[in-house]
Write a protein that binds this ligand. Structure first.
Ligand SMILES: *[C@@H]1O[C@H](CO)[C@@H](O)[C@H](O)[C@H]1NC(C)=O
Ligand SMILES: *[C@@H]1O[C@H](CO)[C@@H](O)[C@H](O)[C@H]1NC(C)=O
Length: 554
């Protein structure tokens, strides 16, 4: 017995297109605000539909009552009732023209109303923002990414509770008023299924079942949930549980088109694994063990360990020794040789010694930050990464955020910030890239990467003609309610975003060689929104500046 039936249902799901050409609303919180306006329009439409529909139903009720009244009177004494020509006429009319009215009220009615309302909505909302299917899958991916990175428990998350305090300085448990419905959980499970992620499918389908029991108006179909749950359990090698769930499915839906076939298939697998200990006896059915070992080998060991380090740092877990940590200092920047800065006291915190990574505090004022956010908001676009073979810019799932570029000439504040960065680092911004402003929405992140181009990336920065990215200056322009740290997985350090602070490090050794230890990442934003801006310095123009440049005494 082969599990042929099992796969039909899911073919439909697999053809669902995933692509990134849309506007990608979920990537930035500023765009999600637009969706609230869309939602207001939707509420209006449903409301006007219900009004019209109520009217229609009252009409139908009125007609029914009328029919019933007449019918009762007539039934009492049929002969004398019909002896009256007026009554005879009314009866015939009731069943001809009046019936036509009823018919049209009952059939075309709802459709017509819906059409009118939809047309109205489309007219009104030509300029409204509706999220695309890609936005939905982006939002689902974001939630699952957060669940993994921050090790969030499925039930707690479904209740809308997020232990934000662990992943920020704000120290509170975010307790939402809204919980996920069984249908919301089902959708998370279904998307996980489409992505071939049976682990999350099982978690969310189970949560959907648990929630379904408590719902007065069911938001999901129990049979659908059971089918996904059974199949994903089977995929994870949990055949007995798959069989148990399929039996449950058959109880509530005995004529289910695939369940009986699946049940026999699962039974045959279990029969084989208990009756025959010899491998190779299994015919051409999928051996159970293979399914398991296959999924265990998906990641290469090196990749896995970087991801683990990255996620652990995102959660703020300590990964450097107490000794290394105790050597880090805080001090005021020596500004005696920096004419523009002589009067300011700039606080510096060391995040790492070698390579030197420092954090400057109170480097931008709230006013400056607001101006820069305001300038960039209308220009935000989905952030891209450079294809190292072609040098082209493209969107990627491992970098999810929106960004905009600001020139010094755009506003005096931008010029002032550029000048300050130049004064503090002693590097020239002449050859630097424009200020890149980035907004990360919920789940927005940038997986581990280098800022500099490696040797094989010949085309990177070619068009700029100013050499490689010698150093990175990263302004934190917001506090983040939870998550969103900058982490260096090889060094094992976490830099938490603090509004007004800035991180700085060199990407290249003095020789021009890239420093591989500077590999870093932006952790997914768990709660809130994250704004940063980047200034990337390039090699050209720094020849005489770097040796005597950032001389921070320690
Ligand atoms: C269409 O929109 C207008 C303006 O919002 C509203 O007054 C009207 O009732 C709507 N019509 C329908 C059929 O929804
Ligand atoms: C930024 O934009 C907001 C909203 O348009 C406005 O109220 C505020 O005054 C602006 N702030 C600055 C500093 O320009």
């Amino acid at each position: 017995m082969k599990p042929i039936h099992l796969f039909y249902l899911f073919i439909v799901c697999f053809t669902f297109e995933r692509c990134c050409s849309s506007e990608d609303l979920y990537t930035a919180l500023v765009d999600l605000e637009k969706l609230l306006e869309t939602e207001r329009q939707v509420i209006n439409s449903v409301d006007s539909y219900l009004k019209l529909e109520d009217e229609r139903l009252s009409q139908l009720r009125f007609i029914r009552d009328n029919y019933m009244q007449m019918h009762q009177i007539a039934s009492r004494d049929i002969h004398s009732y019909l002896a009256n020509p007026v009554n005879a006429y009314i009866l015939v009319k009731r069943l001809t023209t009046d019936w036509k009215t009823v018919e049209s009220l009952m059939t075309s009615g709802p459709t017509e109303i819906a059409k009118a309302v939809f047309n109205n909505l489309t007219d009104l909302s030509n300029h409204e923002t509706f999220p695309s299917p890609e936005d939905l899958s982006g939002a689902v991916d974001a939630l699952l990414r957060l669940q993994d990175t921050y090790k969030l428990d499925t039930s707690t998350l479904a209740k809308g509770k997020i232990p934000a305090g662990k992943y920020s300085k704000t120290n509170e448990f975010i307790d939402n008023q809204f919980e996920l419905t069984a249908g919301d959980c089902f959708e998370l499970g279904r998307h996980s299924y489409i992505n071939g992620d049976h682990y999350h499918t099982v978690l969310w389908m189970q949560e959907a079942i648990d929630r379904l029991d408590d719902e007065p108006i069911k938001t999901a179909n129990r049979a659908d949930i059971l089918e996904y749950l059974a199949f994903s359990n089977y995929q994870q090698g949990n055949i007995r549980h798959a069989l148990h769930l399929t039996a449950e499915l058959l109880e509530i839906f005995p004529s289910h088109p695939r369940a009986s076939g699946n049940k026999l298939y699962y039974e045959s697998l279990i029969g084989k694994s208990t009756s025959s200990k010899k491998r190779g006896d299994e015919g051409d059915d999928v051996p159970i063990d293979e399914t398991i070992s296959e999924s265990a080998n998906v990641f290469e060991p090196r990749e896995e360990s970087e991801r683990e380090a990255y996620e652990s740092l995102c959660r703020g877990e300590k990964r450097i020794s107490a000794r290394t940590d105790s050597q880090l200092k805080c001090y005021y920047l020596d500004t005696t040789k920096k004419p523009y800065l002589r009067l300011s006291r700039i606080k510096v915190e060391e995040a790492f010694k070698k390579p030197k990574i420092v954090v400057f505090l109170d480097i931008m004022s709230d006013f400056e930050i607001e101006v820069i956010k305001n300038l960039s908001t209308p220009r935000l676009k989905r952030a891209t990464v450079q294809n190292y073979k072609t040098g082209d810019l493209e969107v990627a799932r491992y970098r999810i955020s929106k960004s905009a570029w600001l020139k010094g000439e755009d506003h005096a504040v931008v010029a002032r910030v550029n000048q300050r960065i130049e004064d503090i680092t002693g590097l020239t911004t002449q050859t630097a890239e424009e200020l890149q402003v980035v907004n990360y929405g919920i789940g927005g992140h940038y997986e581990p990467h280098y800022d500099f181009a490696r040797r094989e990336e010949k085309n990177a920065f070619k068009s700029l003609g100013t050499g490689n990215r010698i150093a990175t200056w990263l302004n934190y322009m917001s506090d983040v309610d939870a998550g969103g740290a900058t982490v260096f997985p090889i060094l094992g350090i976490t830099v938490w975003p603090r509004k007004g602070s800035a991180a700085f490090w060199y990407n290249l050794y003095k020789s021009g060689e890239g420093d591989l230890l500077t590999r870093h990442a932006a952790c997914p934003v768990l709660v809130g929104s994250k704004w940063v801006s980047n200034k990337w310095f390039h090699e050209r123009g720094q020849e005489f500046l770097r040796p005597c440049g950032l001389k921070i005494n320690s």
